[in-house]
Design a protein. Structure first.
Length: 250
């Protein structure tokens, strides 16, 4: 079992490195297609509009957004993932390296997308509220947003503590636990090959219930119009795996 290593408040600065595409090999470009289509439909993204993929990673969602509009921007902190995005997109789209709470934009996007629980990284409510405020700040008046987040009741009831699998010749051990004091879900990942440990990594994300999440977005200037529990369009409910918020700048 991977050890429960101490989790730094800025754990995300080191976690999304060259091994991320191996650990998350199942998160493919093709797997991003239905997610992108759903977000495009729900935000009514149109040709010519400017869209920001916040925490774009390797650009797998961007590649589908570019089928609708050429004005797609991707922002991420990981230089490793941005290099992958550059290789994937070639000269399409625009990539920016920046922290999600220090975005170098202002009032210029029609839509902001945020996929795959790329939120809740910071250890305080104020830190995560800062990200919401940044999203509101970069949106034009009436601009729309799409935030795909995990659903706390489902996550707590379905948590699989330990998993072991192989990817591309590497052995991956993952251990997950919920800190009841901080209400965060944590994951420790060990990557090894031939019995030799190569990478030991931790991740940590805040667990918000529906009321906390909607209040956080409202306090940051975002108004939720629709809340879904999955990418098939099922309305939000505690028994659904996701908490997908669609709305507009308030």
């Amino acid at each position: 079992m991977p050890r429960r290593a101490p989790i730094a408040h800025d754990w995300y600065r080191e976690s999304f490195d060259a091994f991320y595409p191996i650990v998350y090999a199942h998160r493919t470009i093709e797997a991003a297609r239905p997610e992108s289509r759903f977000s495009i439909e729900q935000t009514r993204l149109r040709h010519g509009e400017r869209v920001l993929d916040l925490c774009c990673g390797s650009g797998r969602h961007m590649s589908h957004l570019l089928e609708v509009t050429p004005h797609v921007f991707g922002m991420d902190y990981s230089s490793h993932l941005l290099e992958m995005a550059q290789d994937l997109l070639d000269d399409r789209g625009r990539l920016v390296r920046a922290d999600m709470c220090c975005q170098p934009f202002a009032t210029c996007f029609d839509v902001v997308m945020n996929y795959f629980t790329s939120f809740g990284y910071f250890p305080t409510r104020e830190g995560n509220l800062g990200v919401v405020r940044c999203i509101a700040r970069v949106l034009k008046p009436g601009g729309r947003f799409f935030i795909d987040y995990l659903n706390r009741p489902w996550t707590e009831s379905r948590l699989e503590q330990d998993t072991r699998r192989s990817e591309q010749g590497f052995d991956i051990l993952e251990h997950r636990w919920i800190d009841s004091a901080t209400h965060r879900i944590n994951k420790s990942t060990s990557v090894s090959r031939g019995g030799q440990l190569i990478k030991d990594n931790v991740e940590s994300v805040q667990l918000y219930n529906c009321d906390e999440f909607t209040t956080l977005l409202a306090d940051g200037g975002l108004h939720i119009d629709r809340l879904f529990g999955n990418y098939d369009g099922t309305p939000y409910a505690p028994a659904q795996p996701r908490m997908i918020a669609v709305g507009r700048r308030g």
